[in-house]
Design a protein around this ligand. Structure first.
Ligand SMILES: Nc1ncnc2c1ncn2[C@@H]1O[C@H](COP(=O)(O)OP(=O)(O)OP(=O)(O)O)[C@@H](O)[C@H]1O
Length: 274
């Protein structure tokens, strides 16, 4: 099987540029080196997935990219500016939708809240909220409260909230890990549809190899902690993807097998120079 050499834009043309990122958690007496040396770029409008074994430092990486955690060394540059706190052009969807939505607010109020903080005028806010809820298939649930919705619907609200904010880049940290398989498939297709429709750049972290190949234009495979990039795998599947045809294509199986073997080697402690 042929896998083309790593893709990815150059640092000069990248929307997101992660340079030699290192993160050591300082504990009592000793530090935990979660991320050793991560370098990669994401171009404007790309959909890139990150996979790696459990504990590989995926969440640590995403929190550094989102400006929620300071790195020990190296830097994250978004749209030409070094990230030192949550950047204005970024939205994040976390795995724990239950905790990310305010239970006392309606769906509409949850989606609207970041727009109020951004001081978007009322009429514009109403339009953005209605469009975002429509786009995720929740046009009829504006006045519901999160606790009245299923887990999958709650995650749709979290996605709508991120999309309404009109981010330049959307970070997603294992967003579908807690929903059932059928809902997960629907939400994967929703992410692809929104990405195409809105032209937003997406960085999607998952431990699910099939999901990374199905969603991504490129898959960045991380080594075991302390983490480095093991390989960047371009996903040369047709742009039109659907759960049945794409997942049963021979090329999907090849790519999935390739990423699977990389992750297995990562679990065994393989490093790029081995
Ligand atoms: N606050 C912290 N203090 C100390 N060590 C931490 C902290 N957060 C994470 N770690 C350690 O850093 C490493 C990477 O953790 P991280 O949660 O980023 O990995 P992950 O790839 O997201 O894991 P998973 O796939 O299981 O969610 C692990 O060894 C973890 O124990």
């Amino acid at each position: 099987m042929t896998i083309e050499s790593p893709g990815g834009p150059s640092a000069a043309t990248a929307l997101l540029d992660v340079q030699r990122l290192r993160k050591v958690y300082e504990g009592k007496g000793r530090g935990v080196e979660a991320v050793r040396d991560l370098t990669f770029t994401v171009g404007a409008g790309e959909l890139v997935c990150i996979v790696g074994p459990s504990g590989a430092g995926k969440t640590t990486l995403l929190r550094c990219v989102a400006g929620l955690l300071n790195s020990t060394s190296g830097k994250v540059v978004l749209e030409g500016r070094t990230v030192t706190g949550p950047p204005p052009g970024m939205a994040v969807v976390f795995q724990e939708y239950g905790r990310s939505l305010f239970p006392w607010m309606t769906v509409r109020q949850n989606v609207e809240r970041p727009l109020k903080e951004k001081r978007v005028p009322k009429a514009e806010r109403q339009r953005l909220v209605a469009e975002a809820l429509d786009a995720v298939g929740l046009a009829g649930s504006h006045d519901a409260h999160p606790w009245q919705l299923s887990g999958g619907m709650q995650q749709r609200v979290a996605i709508a909230r991120a999309v309404a904010y009109e981010p330049h880049i959307l970070l997603m940290d294992e967003p579908f890990a807690a929903v059932d398989a059928q809902t997960r498939a629907d939400l994967e297709d929703l992410v692809r549809a929104l990405w195409k429709r809105l032209g937003v750049t997406v960085l999607f972290v998952t431990h699910d190899i099939d999901e990374s190949v199905y969603l991504g234009q490129r898959v960045i495979v991380l080594s075991n902690s302390p983490t480095v990039v093991l390989e960047e795998v371009p996903i040369d599947l047709p742009d039109e993807r659907d759960q049945l045809t794409t997942r049963s294509a021979a090329r999907f199986t090849e790519l999935r097998g390739h990423v699977y073997r990389l992750v297995q080697r990562a679990k065994d402690g393989h490093r790029p120079q081995d």
